[in-house]
Design a protein around this ligand. Structure first.
Ligand code: P6P
Length: 335
C-alpha cells in the first residue's frame, strides 16, 4: 500500500514497534485524540451556523474570555481521554489546576498524563480563521496506582513521549510525533477517516517567512528589533515575507511546510512572552526538533527549560534551524 493511502489507524498499528514504551497504550491514547479531534472539528466547522460563537461568559485562568468553542473543545478532549481510561491526569489551558483521573481506583495502572491547549487561537473563531488543538504527552514519574501529582506535569519538554496538533483549517489535519519523525494526516470528512497526506514532515533549514506580531515592536528586546530589521533588509535573499495569522498552529504549520520562523518574544508588556511552556511551546518544540527545526526562548533550548508552574509563560522562537540560530545570534549580541 502506498504511504499516501494509509489511514491513521493503519499507521499507528504499523509503527507501534518503533515506540520504546508499551506501545498499545500510547496507540489507544493517540486514537482517543483522533476521536476528540473529529468531534471538535464537527463543531468548529459549523460554528458560524449555530449560536456556539461568542464568549461563554466565563474567563480562563489567563483572564481571557472563554469562547464557547474553547469550553466545548476542552470538555470533549477531557471526556474522551477519561472515558477511554488511558491517562491518570490531564492539564488544560482552560483548567486552573490539573485533573486527576480515576485516582480512587487502586487498579488504575494508567501511566500517561496529557497537557492540552484545547482550542488555540480561539479569538479567530468569530472571523473564520484557522484554529487548533495542541497536545503533549508524558509518562508519569510518580508511582503507578497513586493519585497523579503536579510533579508528573512539571517535566522538561525533553521527557515528552508524544506531541502534536490538530489544525481546523481549509482541511482538518492531525500532525504528531512519538519521537520518530513527524507525520501529517488529513481528515476525509465524508467518511470521518484521517489519511496519511504528509509523511515525514521536515522544516526546510532556511526560510523566507517570519511570523511575529509587529504591533509589539517598540516593546521588544533590542535583539528582536535587530533581527526583524535584518529580515526586512534588502540583501541577498532578503527582505523576507511577514506572515502572522495570530494562530500558533497555523503559523507553525505553514512555516514547517514552506520554511520560516515564528516568534513570540518577551516584551515590556509580557515579561515572559505570552505562550505557555507546557501545552504550547514544549509540544511545538518537540515537533520542530523532530522535523529538523529548532525551538528556544532566544537563549535556552525550549525543551531544556525546567517548568516551575502549570501555566508558566516563556518567550518562543521556533522554526527553520538556520533562522532560529540567526535570531539567537542577534539576541546574544544585543545582550
Ligand atoms: P497576539 C492565540 O491566543 C495565541 O496563543 C497563539 O496561537 C498566537 O500565535 C498568539 O497567541 C497571538 O497573540 O498577542 O499576537 O494576538
Amino acid at each position: 500500500m502506498s504511504q499516501k493511502n494509509k489511514t491513521l489507524g493503519e499507521f499507528i498499528i504499523e509503527n507501534q514497534t518503533s515506540f520504546k514504551y508499551t506501545s498499545g497504550e500510547l496507540s489507544r491514547l493517540i486514537n482517543s485524540i483522533r476521536l476528540a479531534a473529529k468531534v471538535v472539528n464537527h463543531e468548529v466547522n459549523k460554528a458560524g451556523l449555530v449560536d456556539i460563537i461568542g464568549a461563554a461568559g466565563d474567563t480562563n485562568v489567563q483572564g481571557e474570555d472563554q469562547q464557547k468553542l474553547d469550553v466545548y473543545a476542552n470538555e470533549k478532549f477531557i471526556q474522551t481521554l477519561t472515558n477511554r481510561n488511558i491517562v491518570c491526569g490531564i492539564a488544560s489551558e482552560e483548567e486552573d489546576d490539573f485533573i486527576t483521573i480515576n485516582s480512587q481506583d487502586e487498579n488504575n495502572q494508567n501511566k500517561y498524563v496529557v497537557l492540552i491547549d484545547p482550542l488555540d487561537g480561539s479569538s479567530n473563531i468569530d472571523v473564520n480563521v484557522s484554529v487548533g488543538t495542541i497536545f503533549s504527552i508524558y509518562r508519569r514519574v510518580t508511582p503507578v496506582g497513586t493519585p497523579v501529582t503536579l510533579e508528573d506535569f512539571l517535566q522538561r519538554g525533553s521527557e515528552q513521549v508524544a506531541a502534536g496538533y490538530v489544525i481546523y483549517g481549509t482541511s482538518t489535519m492531525l500532525v504528531y510525533t512519538t519521537g520518530d519523525g513527524v507525520n501529517g494526516f488529513t481528515l476525509n470528512p465524508a467518511i470521518g477517516t484521517f489519511y496519511l497526506s504528509h509523511p515525514n514532515m521536515k522544516f526546510p533549514e532556511d526560510g523566507k517567512i517570519y511570523s511575529v506580531n509587529e504591533g509589539n515592536y517598540i516593546h521588544f528586546p533590542q535583539g528582536v528589533k535587530d533581527y526583524i530589521k535584518y529580515c526586512q533588509m534588502e540583501e541577498g535573499d532578503r527582505p523576507y515575507t511577514s506572515r502572522y495569522i495570530g494562530s500558533l498552529v497555523s503559523d507553525f504549520h505553514r512555516n514547517m511546510i514552506k520554511g520560516g520562523i515564528y516568534m513570540y518574544p518577551k516584551s515590556s508588556k509580557n515579561s515572559n512572552g505570552k505562550l505557555r511552556l507546557l501545552y504550547e511551546c514544549n509540544p511545538m518544540a518537540f515537533l520542530a526538533e523532530q522535523a529538523n527545526g529548532k525551538a528556544s526562548d532566544g537563549f535556552t533550548r525550549t525543551m531544556d527549560v525546567q517548568p516551575t508552574e502549570l501555566h508558566q509563560r516563556v518567550p518562543f522562537f521556533c522554526g527553520s534551524k538556520n533562522m532560529v540560530e540567526k535570531a539567537e545570534e542577534f539576541m546574544r549580541n544585543a545582550k
